[in-house]
Design a protein around this ligand. Structure first.
Ligand SMILES: *[C@@H]1O[C@H](CO)[C@@H](O)[C@H](O)[C@H]1NC(C)=O
Ligand SMILES: *[C@@H]1O[C@H](CO)[C@@H](O)[C@H](O)[C@H]1NC(C)=O
Ligand SMILES: *[C@@H]1O[C@H](CO)[C@@H](O)[C@H](O)[C@H]1NC(C)=O
Ligand SMILES: *[C@@H]1O[C@H](CO)[C@@H](O)[C@H](O)[C@H]1NC(C)=O
Length: 386
């Protein structure tokens, strides 16, 4: 009797367990599938959930409370050597070595020493972990990030200015130092990019279109923003994947060529930092302009994108009048936003530009002889001319 009553109970119990096990397995499977297919980002356009993700990790020691002499870090993105090292050497001669530091990203293996540079300030200042850079591709922003990372290692570095190998200073060291140190804001050229098709919708939701920005690659950052750039582990991978330069037309590739020509023609270095800072809701902490002047050749039509080249200054067109003209500029107009940016640093009116590109050796020679960077007193030169 006992057995016969026990058997059905056991049977019911066993079926119950089977159901529980089955349910658990399907729940697990469901959870796994959800994890796999659910987008990593919430689809709501409110920014707060994104912020958590952008600011996920901080690999770098924070030196917020740094006391001592703050340094201005000069970060050079070079192809190989620094052709204008003689001008920069003279510029740094007039500075206190305790007030600046130098980092160079050059091609891997390239060493700055007596045989490759005319200025001792650059000896051994190349990064040991530099990468091969393809101009206009995401390796360029990776190189920038390596420069910022190296410079962040020194807690004294409080301002960071990114320069190319064809950039020149327009003032002496103390003027540039005081200008940048006085500003608690970064200088990042940043504007809405309404007309061009560089934004790739596949970047969504990591990069929503309303936060997509364009601007000059040549930036000057405060330490906090340099940390945001180096800490970023979310926006950079999205750039790497979806912001690519369109390769030149190559008919021999046939089908592949027409496919490539349809993709968004994106130039990562003209978007990355400005978009990253916009995503981090840091635009209120920026002067939304660059401190590095570029002269654009506007004679070419807008359709002919090859004509939109920076003009290279040579000996002839780097005249004192030209340079004075650049130094007098006190505002910039942003067409896409109908915004006039009156140039300020720490709320005072200042000239917009501290640096300029692109300068040939001849043009840099002329700046040096005219005493733009200090050392050579222009008036004494003029006095001695008959
Ligand atoms: C170096 O910086 C300190 C203060 O930060 C300043 O007193 C000094 O004049 C600077 N030296 C030069 C050469 O700019
Ligand atoms: C640096 O340049 C500024 C502005 O051009 C000038 O007023 C100042 O006297 C210069 N300082 C030195 C040390 O040459
Ligand atoms: C900014 O300007 C204010 C007022 O003119 C001044 O008190 C302050 O010291 C300046 N800040 C820096 C960092 O120079
Ligand atoms: C501007 O571009 C035009 C056409 O591309 C070229 O002929 C001209 O030399 C350029 N001007 C300068 C100053 O580079």
């Amino acid at each position: 009797m006992k057995k016969s009553t026990q058997a059905p109970t056991l049977h019911v119990l066993w079926s119950g367990w089977k159901l529980v096990i089955l349910l658990s397995i399907s729940l697990c499977l469901f959870a796994l599938l959800r994890l796999h297919y659910q987008p990593m980002f919430p689809s709501s356009s409110s920014s707060s959930p994104y912020l958590e993700i952008y600011r996920a990790r901080s690999r770098y020691l924070r030196h917020a409370g740094f006391v001592g002499n703050p340094k201005l870090a000069f970060l050079y993105l070079a192809r190989r050597n620094l052709p204008l090292d003689f001008l920069w050497g003279s510029f740094f001669e007039n500075a206190d070595v305790a007030n600046f530091s130098i980092y160079i990203h050059s091609e891997p293996g390239f060493v700055f020493d007596e045989s490759t540079t005319r200025s001792h300030f650059f000896y051994g200042r190349q990064l040991g972990d530099s990468i091969q850079v393809a101009w206009g591709e995401s390796s360029m922003i990776e190189a920038e990030r390596l420069l910022f990372a190296a410079a962040l290692e020194d807690p004294a570095n409080q301002r960071f200015v990114l320069l190319s190998d064809s950039c020149v200073p327009l003032y002496n060291f103390s003027y540039i130092y005081n200008y940048l140190m006085a500003s608690s804001r970064s200088f990042v050229d940043s504007f809405l990019d309404a007309k061009e098709g560089r934004y790739n919708p596949e970047m969504f939701p990591v990069i929503p279109k309303e936060r997509w920005r364009k601007g000059s690659q040549w930036i000057a950052l405060v330490r906090r923003h340099a940390e945001v750039v180096v800490d970023d582990e979310v926006v950079y991978p999205a750039f790497k994947k979806f912001c690519k330069r369109r390769p030149p037309v190559d008919a021999s590739k046939g089908e592949l060529n027409s496919k490539l020509q349809k993709q968004h023609n994106c130039i990562p270095d003209e978007h990355y930092v400005q978009t990253l800072l916009a995503l981090n809701e840091l635009e209120t902490e920026l002067e939304r302009r660059t401190v590095t002047y570029t002269s654009w050749n506007q004679s070419a039509t807008k359709m002919d994108t090859k004509g939109w080249h920076p003009v290279t200054f040579n000996y002839a067109n780097a005249s004192p009048r030209q340079i004075q003209g650049i130094k007098k500029i006190n505002h910039v107009y942003y067409e896409t936003e109908f915004r006039t940016e009156w140039c300020r640093a720490n709320s005072s009116s200042v000239p917009c530009f501290l640096f300029a590109r692109k300068f040939s050796k001849g043009a840099a020679m002329r700046l040096l002889s005219e005493g733009t960077v200090g050392r050579f007193d222009a008036s004494s030169l003029l006095d001695s001319t008959p």
